[in-house]
Each structure stands twice: as structure tokens, then as C-alpha cells.
Design a binder for this molecule. Structure first.
Ligand SMILES: C[S@@+](CC[C@H](N)C(=O)[O-])C[C@H]1O[C@@H](n2cnc3c(N)ncnc32)[C@H](O)[C@@H]1O
Length: 213
């Protein structure tokens, strides 16, 4: 059984620094365009690979992750001359609420590790921090993911089916949902993966029924 504790995440993130930028982040950057100094949030920033990619595209980035080596690891991933553009906090997303106004949210393989009882407040906090017209990209774990059937993980991780993911993005624009189900490697050994990835844009001001800003 995998234990998603501090030690696990530090060991995981130590192995991630040299991989390519995740496809979800590249697609997000393709939609959102150059940051031009706008503020992005990298949730569960891990090794900082995507934080660095965002900075390279002109974004200022608030990078958050509760793993112990977060500050050192994410800072090291960003070239020295660009470090003025990042703020790195060792904190889980729930404890980071309320968030500042954001123009982009990136959360690759991070939100599933938010406990289910915390998820609604986290989602509300992310959604309400994202400015109208801002872009968001998220990986969710589907209910047929192997970890959803493991007794010790089923209650501690957050899983979604496609319909509930689509509900989270009801009323958003340019919603692009990619569902993936396959056996594959993981840090803890081979497993059955079921992921649902979304790139979407929050509606412009005045067109979002849930707009409480
Ligand atoms: C599978 S890794 C993904 C890291 C990186 N985003 C990537 O794509 O490689 C999951 C990350 O989420 C972080 N994490 C766990 N619980 C979290 C929470 N409540 N809020 C934010 N990040 C969390 C872990 O510390 C870990 O770095």
C-alpha cells in the first residue's frame, strides 16, 4: 500500500525534476498565452517543472505544496534570474485559502490528494480566486482508478466520475475534457490509472451565474 506522506512526496519529487513539462500544462499555456506578468497558481507544484515552464512563459507564479522540500526544490527549478517571479509556500491548498486573485490555475496530479471532506471548500476557493476569463487545468482521478478500490486510500483521496467533473465546470467556456484509462507505471509500482483532465476558462465577468466576486 502506498503511503502518501511527506517522505513519499519528497522521494517522488526528487525523481521528477528532469522529466518534460506535463502535456496538461503545455496545453494550458497554449490557451492562456504569454503571462505578461499575470499571476498563476501551481497547486502541488512538486519538483517545480511546471512552475518553471509558467515562469518561462512570462507568468508570475505562486507555487504551493505541503512536501517538506518544496521551497528548496521549486526554487532550484527556476533559473536564478527569474526567481523574482515566484513565491513558493510549503502549504496544502486547503490551508492556503483564501487565495489572491489569479489569472491561471494549474493543478497536475495534485487535487486528488486533497481529502474528500476538504475538496468542496478547496474547489470553491480556487474557483472564486480565478479572475473572469482566467484559465484552469486540473487532473482528477476517476472512480475506476486502482487507488479508489484500496481501503486505506479510497477515503483519503478524492475521486470523481466524469459527470461530477463536468458539473464542477458547468457554465465555464472552452471546456476540454480528456479521460484516460490504462495500466501504467507509477512511483509505487504498476497500477491501473483512470484520470480525467480538464482545461477550461472561467466565463468573462457578468456571464458566470456562480460569480460572487
Ligand atoms: C503526484 S505529485 C504531483 C506533483 C506535480 N504537480 C507533478 O505533476 O509532478 C502530488 C503533489 O501534490 C502534493 N500535495 C499533496 N497534498 C496536497 C494538498 N493538500 N495541496 C496541495 N498539494 C498537495 C504532494 O506533496 C505532491 O508534491
Amino acid at each position: 500500500m502506498v503511503r502518501f506522506d511527506d517522505e513519499h512526496w519528497d522521494a517522488y519529487n526528487a525523481r521528477q525534476g528532469t522529466r518534460p513539462v506535463r502535456d496538461l500544462c503545455r496545453r494550458l499555456l497554449g490557451h492562456a498565452g504569454p503571462g505578461a506578468g499575470r499571476l498563476a497558481l501551481d497547486v502541488g507544484a512538486g519538483a517545480g517543472v511546471e512552475t518553471a515552464a509558467l515562469v518561462n512563459h512570462g507568468w508570475r507564479v505562486l507555487a504551493i505544496d505541503p512536501a517538506p522540500s518544496t521551497v528548496a526544490r521549486v526554487t532550484a527549478a527556476v533559473p536564478r534570474g527569474h526567481r523574482h517571479a515566484i513565491r513558493v509556500r510549503r502549504v496544502g491548498v486547503g490551508a492556503a485559502l483564501p487565495l489572491p486573485d489569479l489569472d491561471l490555475v494549474h493543478a497536475s496530479f495534485a487535487l486528488p490528494f486533497v481529502p474528500p471532506e476538504e475538496f468542496p471548500a478547496v474547489w470553491h476557493g480556487l474557483r472564486s480566486a480565478l479572475c473572469p476569463g482566467g484559465w484552469c487545468a486540473v487532473t482528477f482521478f476517476g472512480r475506476r482508478d486502482q487507488w479508489a478500490a484500496e481501503p486505506d486510500l479510497a477515503d483519503r483521496l478524492t475521486f470523481h466520475d466524469r459527470a461530477t467533473v463536468e458539473e464542477l465546470f458547468a457554465g465555464w467556456e472552452d471546456v476540454d475534457v480528456t479521460e484516460h484509462e490504462a495500466d501504467g507505471p507509477s512511483f509505487g509500482g504498476p497500477k491501473r490509472w483512470h484520470t480525467i483532465e480538464v482545461v477550461a476558462r472561467r466565463p468573462a465577468s457578468g456571464q458566470d451565474p456562480a460569480d460572487t466576486r
